[in-house]
Design a protein around this ligand. Structure first.
Ligand code: ADP
Length: 503
């Protein structure tokens, strides 16, 4: 079996955007040898706390439990922000983790150490905000991971996520990831087998300093606004009507709306790729106003501990620069119902509601479009309040919608005159697609055509002429191949990497 390089997939370290940094350390230093405050902090704490002696008898008892069991028990209580380290001795584990921590772009609030000779070298485990477990290879050489019967490897200090059934191997030592521990009594001995260090308070301080900076970073729009207009959106007529009447017309004709109370908060809900962001961009362009596109998941992790201030700053900025559109993707990540578990969460929800009330009361020209794939997860307090009074549903297109979206994305593409368009539309529709999928299929078909017509070869040999491009047409078979590939990729993509952000 061929061994693949895990980081050829989506390396976690590159996708994580959360990076607590010391104020004096600029963002380009990620992964460099410059010290970070959290890193020092982790280091010092581990040193200080591990000086304590653990009772010998208790230790002997705990040694009877296999490492797999201890790990499974630890996983059951670990939460986002926890780092668990395993290794045969603390000193080397500390040193190894110092190399890895700068790559862990997440806030570490608590650390645990399990001392065990059976550990495949030094491993770190972290839970991400989606509750998935990530393993960090703290070893100077490759760590092997068996998952679904296939073997992969992680280079030194790289990380990847693990699920029950996976096996980690390093220098002849193997460790299995269990669903849950077999022995329940292990839970009583947690305090012995896993020493815990809590630096939530210190972490918060570091983060507070960062939040303001984070806000600035996020403000600098990463993506240029596509020049998309409402006419580039198909199959969302009702949504567009609501946005025109509720936001666009009032902005264009303030006088006509002087005595009308407007809704300033909209919830855009529906599956990923159904055009929520796209429609927001169209609205921004139609209205010609300022906008910010923020991701709730990013904010959630970046503003830990001081997110109320982050929200206030964001709204202040919007009010100062109104008319203004705030687009919040993955809104459920910041406004989800938390059942009181999360110390920050409920405060955030209240803060957002207060800020929305202020905008309403003062009739500011600030509109918030909050997008989610999971409306049910949103805190009922938000839904009930009326502050987000309009809920616009985005759906996968019907056959007519597929046809219109196809036309939009195929508009500037060289289609074969004899293309059997009806058949292609039907096949795309039957593949149960979103607008984003249609766009992808059209682009893939284009490239399939390039390959079929030898254009890619010519590009490779540097012999491509303008005439080649002028003659080129995308044919039926290119579309059919793209549709087949789309269907195949969907059925194989079971797991997605940790920290995966939609492009
Ligand atoms: P969401 O925000 O719902 O996850 P996006 O707005 O990011 O989805 O959609 C991704 C891309 O798919 C868009 O940039 C656009 O090119 C295409 N798309 C999605 N829905 C539509 C639509 N209704 N009409 C035309 N294109 C669409």
């Amino acid at each position: 079996m061929r061994i693949q390089k895990l980081n050829n997939l989506t390396p976690i370290s590159q996708n994580y955007t959360v990076q607590p940094k010391h104020k004096s350390v600029d963002s380009n230093s990620v992964g460099s040898s410059k010290p970070m405050e959290l890193r020092d902090l982790t280091y010092n704490r581990l040193q200080i706390n591990f000086r304590g002696e653990i009772e010998k008898a208790a230790l002997a008892l705990v040694k009877q439990f296999p490492l797999e069991e201890k790990l499974a028990d630890a996983f059951s209580f670990m939460k986002h922000g926890d780092l668990l380290i395993t290794g045969s001795n603390l000193k080397s584990a500390q040193a190894a983790m110092m190399n890895s921590i700068p790559r862990v772009k997440d806030v570490i609030k608590r650390a645990f150490f399990i001392e065990d000779d059976k550990s495949p070298g030094i491993l770190g485990f972290m839970k991400n905000s989606l509750n998935e477990m990530e393993v960090i290879n703290g070893n100077p050489e490759r760590l092997f991971l068996t998952t679904d019967g296939k073997e992969y490897y992680l280079d030194a200090y790289d990380s990847y996520y693990v699920i029950p059934g996976d096996k980690l191997k390093y220098k002849g030592k193997e460790l299995g990831i269990l669903e849950k521990p077999q022995s329940r009594s292990l839970a009583f001995h947690r305090y012995i087998y896993a020493k815990a260090f809590n630096f939530e308070k210190e972490a918060e301080k570091v983060i507070q300093g960062q939040n303001k900076k984070t806000l600035k970073e996020l403000y600098q729009d990463k993506k240029p606004i596509q020049q998309v207009m409402f006419s580039d959106v198909a199959g969302a007529d009702n949504v567009i009507k609501e946005l025109k009447e509720g936001i666009l017309y009032p902005l264009r004709n303030p006088k006509a709306y002087e005595n009308i109370d407007l809704t300033h908060g909209y919830i855009l809900h529906g599956p990923p790729g159904t055009g929520k962001t796209y429609v927001a961009k169209a609205l921004q362009n139609e209205a010609g106003i300022n906008a910010k596109y923020l991701n709730g998941l990013e904010l959630e992790s970046k503003w830990v501990g001081d997110s109320e201030k982050g929200w206030r700053d964001l709204f202040d900025e919007a009010i100062e620069n109104q008319p203004y559109l705030i687009f919040l993707d993955e809104f459920d990540a910041v406004a989800r119902a938390r059942g009181g578990h999360d110390v920050y969460g409920d405060k955030v929800v209240n803060q957002i509601l207060t800020l929305m009330t202020d905008i309403e009361d003062n009739k500011h020209d600030v509109f918030v479009l909050a997008a989610t794939n999971n409306k049910e997860a949103i805190d009922p307090a938000i839904l009930r309040s009326g502050r987000f009074g309009k809920h616009l549903e985005f759906k996968k297109p019907d056959r007519d919608g597929v046809s219109k979206i196809f036309d939009i994305h195929a508009k500037k593409k060289p289609l074969d005159e004899n293309l059997n368009k009806e058949e292609i539309i039907q096949a795309i529709f039957e593949a149960d697609v979103t607008g984003a999928d249609i766009k992808r299929i059209v682009n893939d078909a284009y490239l399939n055509g390039y390959s079929r017509a030898g254009i890619l070869d010519k590009l490779d040999r540097n012999t491509l002429t303008d005439a080649d491009l002028e003659m080129f047409k995308i044919a039926d078979e290119d579309f059919m191949k793209a549709i087949d590939n789309f269907k195949a990729s969907r059925s194989s993509g079971k797991r997605k990497p940790i920290g995966y952000n939609r492009p």
